[in-house]
Design a protein around this ligand. Sequence first.
Ligand code: ATP
Ligand code: ATP
Ligand code: MG
Ligand code: MG
Ligand code: MG
Length: 266
Amino acid sequence: MANSKYEYVRSFEVEDEIMLPNIIIVRIDGRNFCRFSKFHEFEKPNDMKALELMNLCADAVLEKFPDIIFSYGFSDEYSFVLKKTTKFYQRRASKIHSLIVSFFTSVYVNKWKAQFPQKDLRYAPSFRSRVIGCASIEVLQSYLLWRQSECHLNNQYDTCFWQLIKSGKPENEAEEMLKGSLKQDRNELLYQSFNINYKKDIPEIFRQGTCSLRTVEDIVKYKEDGSAVKRCKRKFTRVYSENIASRRFWNNQLCLVKELGQFTED
Ligand code: ATP
Ligand code: ATP
Ligand code: MG
Ligand code: MG
Ligand code: MG
């Protein structure tokens, strides 16, 4: 009831406005997807259809919330970056991330059947979400560098691990072999034992993760009297890049530079 004597409780709501000029990032991550992926028999180390499902959900999120202009995801996680000046839900962290993660999750469930016609969704998946407030474009750059290096390292490790398992090694032995190994050692192992050239033979979507960005296209339409009308059409572009935190990649995307700023150093 509005204006009731109990409404004072509203003032006890946790204040969580992310102040300008912080850049808002929302990251979501599947809860216990180690189990979920086993239960639903995902191909290991990378189930292409499951990745595609994550990417479709991210596209739906971008389409739904126009203030999100960049997203990056791999495995069971996705990061969404809002434009610097966003006023979405008065920049309140809990409103923004709860909306994004619940929408993402319901799209995931909705699109499951189309992606896996032969597999039933055996239980309801859930995702966690959090907000990261980046004080500057440099912090955003570090964030992206961090997430993508996580993708690189996890995927290289998992590629080795599953090759060993598929060649008949028991899990504990495979783990032991990879314990303390360096990036170089793992590349060498893949090459020597399995004739796999990591960079050449493993698809970029597995190694690098997936970016989607919002771009604006000018479209000219002609009216009956022959006069031209210019319209802006929003679209999303999927991009794969070895280094999404490099100046070369970022500064070439006009929409990112316009809404978030330039990277000044590598
Ligand atoms: P937590 O709740 O802490 O996030 P988790 O089991 O989800 O636990 P993560 O570090 O998020 O832990 O790891 C994600 C897990 O999901 C990994 O085990 C990964 O192999 C699996 N996974 C996610 N996507 C895929 C995919 N497309 N193909 C195969 N396995 C996947
Ligand atoms: P907001 O995003 O601000 O919450 P809202 O449209 O959800 O917008 P609410 O104040 O939360 O606004 O109101 C919920 C609306 O959903 C009301 O219009 C209510 O009539 C409708 N609604 C919810 N549950 C039912 C129900 N079980 N049967 C009929 N209508 C319902
Ligand atoms: Mg997870
Ligand atoms: Mg994860
Ligand atoms: Mg409501």
